[in-house]
Design a binder for this molecule. Structure first.
Ligand SMILES: [Ca+2]
Length: 325
């Protein structure tokens, strides 16, 4: 059955089609190559936020700057999927999940050797912030395998790409069809805008962090979502919680001593206290990474490191004679 569409709705439909065409053109324009990406909205925003215009223009005109719509599309997909699959808290309590890889004996041995190697510096963190050595090492193990994997992307490109994606239409061609159902679209649009705003703030912090360290902001490696350093801090955390522990005048999250103290400072700043309950520890670790599996794993690895240390310290039992006289 055909229905007559009111004139106002025809206008709305035409406007929507025009808007979709505009964003589709923009998409092709952006995906045609890095040199063609239109960074103007981002540049204007940074300049309005008092970043030096010529510096920002020069930065975005460099060939290393690349727009990658896949980062935001993956984030939106993950958020939509998470929305549709929320296990009950009872299930979470009954089956606490962990990343089993990090609990393998070989992995624990490597972490224990790392703890021993850095015990002086880690002990300073314990005394200053009240955070046990095992927790610091456990976080580093889960985040970057003790500094081995700090990300294969450049944090600038990641954050700038996400910040540029302010409209769902910019990533629509990259999102799986089953994700953007009529039920999910408004949610996806809202979360994308939130994440775009979040990425913009992190991009600003990255520029501040790079400036303080005298680093090229385009050459700082980061995770898929822009976390940096061996402790994988978001740039805003690096600016707000980073500690120059080795007193070289710079907060370098790729250096062990600064990273150890920065983790201690962050956890302390988010409520870590000596002697707190396991449930409270779990809550503070979730402030580092909002995942139950993550917090469970960090605590489980730390438990094993403590057990190993305790077992090593215990004196050998005297052998009991088989046939006592
Ligand atoms: Ca330093």
């Amino acid at each position: 059955m055909r229905c007559a569409m009111p004139r106002g709705r025809i206008k709305d439909a035409a406007a929507a089609a025009l808007l979709a065409s505009f964003f589709l053109c923009l998409f092709f324009f952006l995906s045609a190559g890095t040199a063609l990406a239109d960074w103007t909205p981002l540049i204007k925003r940074l300049v309005a936020d008092r970043f030096d215009e010529s510096t920002v223009q020069a930065l975005f005109s460099r060939p290393e700057v690349q727009f990658d719509p896949m980062i935001m599309s993956r984030k939106v997909e993950a958020l939509v999927r998470k929305r549709g699959a929320r296990p009950s808290s009872a299930v979470v309590r009954r089956y606490p999940s962990v990343y089993r890889t990090f609990l393998k004996p070989g992995m624990i041995e490597v972490a224990r050797a790392y703890l021993r190697e850095n015990s002086t510096s880690l002990d300073e963190v314990r005394r200053k912030y009240g955070v046990p050595q095992e927790i610091i090492v456990s976080i580093l193990l889960v985040e970057t395998r003790l500094g081995e994997y700090v990300g294969q992307r450049f944090a600038f490109n990641t954050l700038a790409s996400m910040a540029l994606c302010t409209e769902l239409e910019m990533i629509r061609p990259y999102v799986s069809e089953e994700i953007l159902t009529p039920d999910n679209e408004d949610f996806a649009r809202r979360r994308l805008r939130e994440k775009s705003g979040w990425a913009y703030n992190e991009l600003r912090a990255l520029l501040v962090y790079a400036d303080r360290l005298g680093l090229d902001p385009l050459r700082i490696p980061g995770s898929f979502y822009g976390a940096i350093g061996i402790c994988q801090f978001m740039p805003s955390h690096a600016v707000n919680f980073g500690v120059d522990a080795d007193k070289d005048g710079k907060v370098d999250l790729f250096s062990r001593t600064d990273a150890f103290h920065s983790i201690g400072n962050y956890l302390r700043g988010h409520g870590w206290r000596t002697g707190m309950s396991r449930a409270k520890k779990h809550r503070v670790i979730r402030a580092y990474n909002p995942s139950n599996t993550y917090a469970n794993t960090v605590l489980a690895v730390a438990d094993r490191l403590v057990l190993k240390k305790t077992a090593r310290k215990q004196p050998k039992q005297k052998a009991i004679p088989i046939n006592p006289a």
